[in-house]
Design a protein around this ligand. Structure first.
Ligand SMILES: Cc1cc2nc3c(=O)[nH]c(=O)nc-3n(C[C@H](O)[C@H](O)[C@H](O)COP(=O)(O)OP(=O)(O)OC[C@H]3O[C@@H](n4cnc5c(N)ncnc54)[C@H](O)[C@@H]3O)c2cc1C
Ligand code: SF4
Length: 511
């Protein structure tokens, strides 16, 4: 590049040709820059498939930019951080203006601002228009609120974007939320035949990346044996079309269900394509609305799905920027235990954890209830330091980018911010996992046993947690029922539970 007027930075999760960073580009005087940085792969001990997905998607996007005649500098496999590479490029090429979309990671945003200040150049950080809700809109919604609830935000978004509402602004079907209809387990015999997710051939670009990742990061967690993630816009659109045609129909009802060797259930598996910005949430919502009419699908399924995209996804992003950097430090319960080693290799005797972690290592994927009520639930009950848990989630899921990972992990799963946007800690005993899965059938432990050799560690730790935090749970009408159940357990048994829990907590690595 020769002294470009503006340097336009495109990050690995901003792979959108319609992005506002490219809107006013002048190919004669501006230069785009994309950077592969080893630092990003090593910042946390990242799953091989996540590294491969980002690199492959970036390289495919670079090909697309070049095909369209954009001036691109693509820095491959740099040992430096993104900011260090930028510093070099800006200085060597006497760049005066840097343009980018606001990063999905607070740390990088701060670093870019500091770099621009340090070098005395102009930084134009543009709004990420991928989202329905702008940062300013969320700040306005949040103003003067002490606690933040998805439900009210979601209703506002439905009305503002005219989605599943009638002309008067009332919800389609007379209800805003059909969550109660979306919590069924699979049948006793199992989930039956589930249409497999769309599949994609590994092309030469992806193969080169897979080989390189295997060679460069052999000790990183996870496997590359089955790599089936959409890496181009075209593949992402195919994944969406395939989902709405074949898998959406049962998404709602079995959204929370789990079953051994059923890693994807009826889920969409669209999060990585959405988060890399290969897909826009508007096209996902529109495709679902079209499929609803075309295939006469249940409103509860459609609403349940749209709530995730228009509700949760937008909500957690708003909360992330509102609460950073504090969100990353919060530790409401002051939990300090290290993460058990088997989170990184799946070698545990607890069948539910083994399955959820095992599939995570294999694919870089687990669905929401596995993340929230299996690995997340355990981490909260076992009093693990939130920062270690968040690091694991950020490293291990292919769709993990901090703006979405951190609020879900620290805020939702771990209650680390004391319930700023959840009304109660999400905790459950083995009984919940037994109801929603077949895991317990093959487990060494028994979900209904509260202490002793056979006791399910999740059940023991659940009751221990309630005993410890009895006052907190008593105080809220949302959780009082849980302590009411505690009253049915004799004082003697409660003592045994506490003793057994202490043993477990002292030897978490042995479970
Ligand atoms: C502890 C924990 C950590 C999580 N970390 C991430 C993460 O790093 N990245 C990520 O994208 N999601 C994360 N989630 C949310 C959710 O689990 C995933 O989005 C979902 O499992 C992805 O699979 P899917 O595409 O098949 O989703 P589906 O179940 O098919 O849902 C459809 C889409 O809705 C969106 N969505 C659903 N739930 C949420 C949510 N709670 N927050 C934001 N978006 C949501 C996703 O874009 C998803 O693709 C996390 C949840 C928990 C409990
Ligand atoms: S018995 Fe407990 S540890 Fe075993 S699968 Fe069931 S819930 Fe998980």
């Amino acid at each position: 590049m020769k002294h470009p007027e503006r340097l336009i930075l495109i990050l690995g999760d901003q792979l959108d040709l319609q992005s506002s960073a490219l809107r006013d580009i002048n190919p004669k005087s501006d230069q785009i820059i994309m950077i592969e940085s080893a630092n990003e792969a090593q910042y946390v001990w990242t799953h091989k498939a996540k590294i491969a997905l980002f690199l492959s998607a970036m390289r495919h996007f670079a090909v697309e930019l070049e095909k369209q005649g954009y001036p691109l500098t693509y820095i491959k496999s740099s040992p430096l951080s993104i900011v260090e590479v930028l510093r070099e490029q800006i200085q060597n090429n006497k760049v005066k203006r840097l343009v980018c979309i606001e990063p999905g990671e607070w740390r990088l945003k701060q670093a870019l601002e500091a770099l621009a200040k340090d070098l005395g150049i102009e930084l134009e950080m543009r709004e990420d228009e991928h989202f329905y809700c702008s940062r300013q809109e969320f700040v306005e919604w949040a103003a003067n609120k002490k606690e933040f609830r998805l439900e009210y935000f979601y209703r506002l978004m439905r009305k503002r974007h005219n989605i599943l509402v009638d002309r008067e602004g009332n919800p389609e079907g007379g209800q805003w939320n059909f969550d109660q209809d979306n919590r069924k387990p699979y049948a006793k015999k199992g989930p039956g035949i589930i249409d497999a997710p769309a599949s994609f051939e590994v092309d030469a670009i992806t193969q080169e990346v897979l080989d390189w990742v295997q060679k460069t990061y052999p000790d990183h967690p996870g496997s590359l044996d089955v790599f089936n993630w959409p890496v181009t816009r075209e593949q992402a659109v195919q994944a969406l079309e395939y989902f709405v045609e074949y898998r959406l129909r049962n998404f709602g009802v079995y959204q929370d269900a789990m079953w051994t060797d059923t890693p994807f259930g009826w889920h969409s598996i669209l999060s990585s394509a959405l988060n890399l910005k290969l897909l826009n949430p508007r096209e996902v919502v529109n495709a679902v609305l079209v499929a609803w009419r075309k295939y006469s699908l249940d409103l509860s399924t459609i609403e349940g799905f749209i709530r995730q995209i228009l509700g949760w996804r937008e909500f957690v992003r708003g909360m992330y920027y509102l609460d950073m950097p504090k969100m990353a430090q919060d530790n409401y319960y002051q939990h300090q235990r290290p993460l058990p080693k088997w989170y990184w290799n799946g070698q545990t005797q607890m069948a539910c954890m083994k399955d959820a972690i095992g599939q995570t290592l294999q694919y870089g994927y687990a669905h929401h209830i596995q993340r929230l009520m299996v690995t997340g639930n355990f981490a909260l009950l076992a009093e693990i330091l939130p920062q270690e848990v968040c690091e694991w989630y950020l490293a291990i899921y292919v769709d993990a980018i901090e703006w979405v990972e951190l609020p879900n992990t620290a805020g939702m799963a771990l209650f680390a911010n004391g319930g700023r946007f959840t009304s109660k800690p999400y905790i459950a005993s083995g009984a919940y996992i037994k109801r929603m899965s077949n895991y317990c059938g093959s487990c060494k432990y028994k979900p209904e046993v509260r202490y002793g050799e056979d006791a399910c560690p999740i059940t023991t730790l659940y009751w221990n947690f309630l005993i410890k935090h009895r006052d907190q749970f008593e105080a809220s009408p949302r959780t009082r029922l849980m302590t009411a159940n505690l009253k049915r357990i004799s004082d003697e048994d409660q003592k045994e539970i506490t003793l057994h829990a202490q043993k477990i907590l002292n030897h978490l690595d042995d479970l």
